[in-house]
Design a protein around this ligand. Sequence first.
Ligand SMILES: [Mg+2]
Length: 287
Amino acid sequence: MTASHVHSHRHADAHPDPPPKRRRSFAFDMDGVLYREGELIDGAIEAVTSVRALNLPVFFVTNNSRETPEQIAVKLQQLGVDAGPEEIVSAVVATVEYLRNLPDKPEPVLVIGGDELAEQIAGAGFKVASFDDNHQIDLVVAGVDFNLTYPRLTRAVQALVNDGAEYIAVNQDPLYPTVTGLAPGAGAITAALTASSGIVPTVIGKPSPHLFNVVLERSQTSAQDLVVIGDMLQSDIAGATNIGATAILVLTGTTSRAEAEAATGNLRPNIIIDSLWDLPLDQLLSS
Ligand SMILES: [Mg+2]
């Protein structure tokens, strides 16, 4: 015990403590950042591991509304990325948080979207309306719905126009990537509802602040200390700069260097990197 004390004392003298590092939180977008078409992107595992080694909070953010946090965490783990369900902040997670924070509990909620979306909203204690009756609706949640039908759209339009229901969009992405190619995203469905009702939804997913606010609450950091790493200017970068976070664009996804360098205003990243191997942790923690 004495020997160990002496050793650590001498060690401390030889290597004085470095100045305290800035406490940052990290939010990684997934598609185009950690994986692409189901394949791990080189450097992803190491980037997440190196942030964790610094004991800093890590979150994984996505506008995806068709998988639960548990399913997404399993997908990341299968690729070798260390991730837990509580670290997954999807647009659905943020939508549920938004509903929970409303002053009056909405009841019932009409959900245009996949079964997973309706199940997560119901699982959080909200009564989800049936499409088979015409009970008055308090709130409409719209996400991507692969089983969209004209009667479903009609029910939602009547809820908005006749019932005066509040209108929430999980995200407004125009396109949705699938294994067989691009499909119309939630934005196509919300556009239809807005065209018919004249009502613009409250958007929860990126680039809206709602999703990032959940990350800030869970990590207990301020927006200025949040680092968002994404591959899309319109969602990841705009979402980050809108709240004053540090926006890092990684060129492994949908955006070219020329597009990134030409971006202006809230679409302009603070830092552009070729791959996650270039994540400038020292710079981020000292400035
Ligand atoms: Mg992406």
